[in-house]
Ligand binder design. Structure first.
Ligand code: NDP
Length: 449
């Protein structure tokens, strides 16, 4: 329950309209909670129905995705695209391919994306999409046929100035390539309709690295400004071994940290000498194998079955980079008992609300996903700019823009929290800073949608 009647009414409406959608309800609750002081200070929000409008997607597209496997058998998956909010720019957000994908997951991600995209200070609205298709264990040709079928429908709803999807869990360079090829075939146009493209056909340098690097730039700035500290000499645990985790590892190591544990959806590895990232990349990126293979290649490393115990590995900095709700209260308490000083969320909503409260109550610096992992989408927006200009910036140019965007996001979130009496609470600060810009734009544009 909120103190504000307005917030209680809005949330009750969301619950009634989206029954059982627990991820979406969790995300909405968390944002509304942060906005309590903003709503109190700005009666215009209620008068103009801003919150009622912001929690309802502008458009939701659910569709059938039939495809044929290598044995000629027909399969049917479900495709999703939720175009959540276009007040400040074209819808932008990734495509998740994972068996756990459903309307609730896509809506939670799309809702979060509105505020994240706003925080980047770039002109991009919020959206998200994907399918319950599982690329794991499929041949390249099966993945291609799925992607072509998926894009056949999706292409009717997206465009370089309308909606620009990107990668996410299960959608990497291979999938983006297949989808882009199909879009081009159907529409006969070469435009920046997807980001995360290969470098030979309009991709941006540093996009692959951007979310992991951006996470570390954010955490470094947070440590520096709030604790006069840095990654240097710190022990780091990173969950996941996908795109975000790999590049978070690379940058954390470059900044002087030592990463001692990583995971995949089966289990985690511990290497007290510091994880050898080349070995992880070979296993996960080249061979598309399992992380447990690491212990057969690196002496002294250990593998443990199951994911959640990775948080019992002693560390100074924890970077959850796998999936939602991977740190519960128990895991948070284990990290706190082991002396963690900072947590930076690379994945979307990896900490449960109880875990976030535990970190905040224990005085652990906490960088919420919306702010800390915005580097990926920010660099996607830089890819869109380069595509519009038909021009490419160097790696160094993109990386330095990314760094200044992340530093800026930290300060915007920090300042917004302070302005509304929640100094040091970056969860509230990120929600408020992201929200204010979108709300202003919606107010200016009238009740048009
Ligand atoms: P990838 O598919 O490249 O990697 C995901 C990693 O997480 C894999 O190691 C995977 O293991 C592991 N994983 C997936 N599900 C689970 C689970 N239920 N339990 C434990 N581990 C799991 O995805 P990304 O690295 O791109 O994305 C990771 C997170 O970061 C997601 O929350 C995504 O939304 C978020 N994110 C990504 C951005 C990007 O630019 N890529 C941008 C912003 C946020 P396995 O190999 O076994 O599947």
């Amino acid at each position: 329950m909120f103190k504000s009647d307005y917030l209680n009414r809005v949330y009750a409406g969301v619950e009634a309209r989206n029954p059982g959608e627990k991820e979406f309800l969790q995300a909405v609750y968390e944002v509304l909670e942060s906005l309590e002081p903003v709503v109190e200070a700005n009666p215009r929000l209620e008068a103009n129905g801003i919150l009622e409008r912001i929690v309802e997607p502008e458009r939701q597209i659910f569709f059938r995705v039939p495809w044929v496997d290598d044995n000629g058998k027909v399969h049917v998956n479900r495709g999703f695209r939720v175009q959540f909010n276009s007040a400040i720019g074209p819808y932008k957000g990734g495509l998740r391919l994972h068996p756990s994908v459903n309307a609730s997951v896509i809506k939670f991600l799309g809702f979060e994306q509105i505020f994240k995209n706003s925080l980047t200070s770039l002109p991009i609205g919020g959206g998200k999409g994907g399918s319950d298709f599982d690329p794991k264990g499929k041949s390249d040709m099966e993945v291609m046929r799925f992607c072509q079928s998926f894009m056949t429908e999706l292409s009717k709803h997206i465009g370089a100035d309308t909606d620009v999807p990107a990668g996410d869990i299960g959608t990497g360079a291979r999938e983006i390539g297949f989808m882009y090829g199909q879009y081009k075939r159907l529409r006969n146009e070469f435009t920046g309709v997807l980001t995360g493209k290969g470098l030979t056909y309009g991709g941006s340098l540093a996009r692959t690295e951007a979310t992991g690097y951006g996470l570390c730039y954010f955490v470094e700035e947070m440590l520096n400004c709030m604790k006069n500290d840095s990654f240097k000499g710190k022990t780091v645990v990173i969950s996941g071994s996908g795109n975000v985790a790999i590049y978070a590892n690379k940058k954390a190591t470059e900044l002087g940290g030592k990463v001692v544990a990583m995971s995949d959806s089966n289990g985690y590895i511990v290497d007290m000498n510091g994880i050898n990232l080349d070995v992880v990349k070979q296993i996960k990126e080249v061979e598309r194998g399992r992380i447990k293979e690491y212990v057969n290649r690196v002496k002294g490393a250990k593998y443990h079955e199951g994911c959640s115990d990775i948080w019992t590995v002693k560390c100074d900095i924890a970077l959850p980079c796998a999936t939602q709700n991977e740190i519960n209260e128990e895991s948070a308490k284990a990290l706190i008992a082991n002396g963690v000083i900072a947590v930076g969320e690379g994945a979307n909503m990896p900490s449960t609300p109880e875990a976030v409260a535990a970190f905040q109550n224990a005085g652990v610096l906490f960088a919420p996903a919306k702010a800390a992992n915005a580097g990926g989408v920010a660099t996607s927006a830089l890819e869109m700019s380069q595509n519009s200009m038909r021009y490419s910036w160097t790696f160094e140019e993109v990386d330095s823009k990314l760094k200044s965007i992340m530093v800026n996001i930290f300060h915007n979130a920090y300042d917004a929290a302070e302005k509304y009496g929640k100094k040091g609470n970056l969860v509230a600060g990120a929600n408020i800073a992201g929200f204010e810009k979108v709300a202003e734009a919606m107010l200016a544009q009238g009740v048009a949608y």
